[in-house]
Design a protein around this ligand. Structure first.
Ligand code: KG4
Length: 346
């Protein structure tokens, strides 16, 4: 039988370019270590082969550090949870192989985690035993990252349904691609956010997508942005430099408007007023402001994750592992990573 009294989960995240390990004890965070990968900076994006090699170098020191910081001994760990997908296959393979080896050597269960479910369940990570800030079921989660833009109904920890999603680019991708067009380094999202604070969000207008239902589309917006910059540079070669903050504020404003429109619609259609946001783009200050404003207006109970849990981190993998452990959802040594995985109760 599993020990359900003292559940200690070691989480491993290696889906993209951050190697992370975390320890969660009975739902409370004990450590969350993240090693980034500077090696991609020169290439304007993540280079998959370089990412897997860097994961291989980082994984043992990162896990070691997470265990030490948590002040636990290895034999206290109940199970190891790892990101099975979605993500870069080579990167996932490093985390998966490490987790298998660790489980085998320690004689503990192995738990596979869907990275997207992890982003959603990051809201359940407790900072201490008295932390009661978790969302109530059912709630809506706007999951916005570099690879996904989804609206999810969360009925229970492991019962989620995607009711809207992007049909092409994700919101984070739109931020990064627009940033690239105006010469900002990768990842451009945080830089656009920073520059937008000094600019006028109404300075320039971009065409907004007209997609039925609760789905998103960002590729048209990205193209219209590209043409807008190209045309203006033809008239004035210094256009970008002279208008950088206004350009950033305006494109950010448009992306947020698109995200908020479908979220408002989803809240109205489902009647759910408990609203959460997750993923890398949830770090965006403009989006956070728009959510706060809407929450006040519509009487939403809003859940915005701690900054550390917005981007890729193993704490969200460990907390998901904690709920799967209680249900005995383990996998065998034959488990393989998946580059693509969906969220719908898989
Ligand atoms: O969740 P995440 O770390 O990775 C994926 O799993 O995809 O999200 C990364 C994305 C990148 O596109 C990055 O530009 C964006 O999140 N991002 C932001 C901000 N911080 C990160 N976008 C806008 N504003 C930010 N402050």
């Amino acid at each position: 039988m599993n020990n359900q009294e003292n559940i200690v989960i070691l989480g491993i995240e290696s889906s993209c370019d951050d190697t992370s390990a975390a320890v969660i004890q009975n739902g409370v965070i004990k450590s969350n270590e993240v090693a980034g990968q500077a090696v991609h900076k020169a290439y304007g994006g993540v280079v998959p082969e370089l990412a897997s090699r860097a994961h291989q170098q980082n994984i043992i020191p990162v896990v070691d550090q997470a265990i030490k910081k948590a002040q636990i001994s290895r034999d206290e760990i109940s199970a190891i949870a790892f990101t099975r997908g979605p993500g870069l296959l080579g990167s996932l393979l490093v985390g998966t192989s490490f987790a298998k080896g660790f489980a085998l050597a320690s004689g503990i269960p192995l738990i596979e985690i869907n990275h997207l479910q992890g982003h959603v369940l990051a809201h359940f990570i407790k900072e201490n035993e008295n932390d009661e800030s978790q969302p109530q079921f059912p709630f809506l989660c706007l999951l916005v990252s570099g690879g996904n833009s989804q609206i999810i109904i969360v009925r229970d920890y492991l019962d989620m349904e995607v009711i809207g999603q992007t049909i092409d680019d994700a919101a984070g991708e739109a931020f990064d691609k627009c940033a690239k067009v105006i010469g900002l380094p990768y990842p451009g999202g945080p830089l656009i956010d920073k520059l937008a604070r000094e600019g006028n969000p109404e300075a320039f207008k971009f065409s907004e997508p007209k997609i039925p239902g609760l789905d998103y589309s960002f590729s048209g917006l990205k193209t219209s942005f590209l043409y807008f910059i190209r045309d203006n540079i033809q008239d004035n070669p210094d256009f970008i430099e002279e208008n950088k903050s206004d350009i950033c504020a305006s494109i950010q404003h448009t992306i947020i408007k698109v995200l908020m429109a479908k979220l408002k619609r989803a809240a109205k259609e489902t009647g759910i007023k408990e609203i959460a946001v997750a993923g890398g783009v949830s770090a965006n200050s403009g989006l956070r402001e728009a959510l706060q404003k809407e929450a006040e207006k519509r009487d939403w109970k809003l859940h915005i994750p701690k900054f550390d849990y917005t981007t890729d981190n193993a704490a969200m993998i460990a907390i998901t592992g904690y709920y799967k452990y209680q249900k005995g959802e383990f996998v065998g040594q034959d488990v393989a990573p998946f580059a693509r995985m969906v969220i719908n109760n898989d």
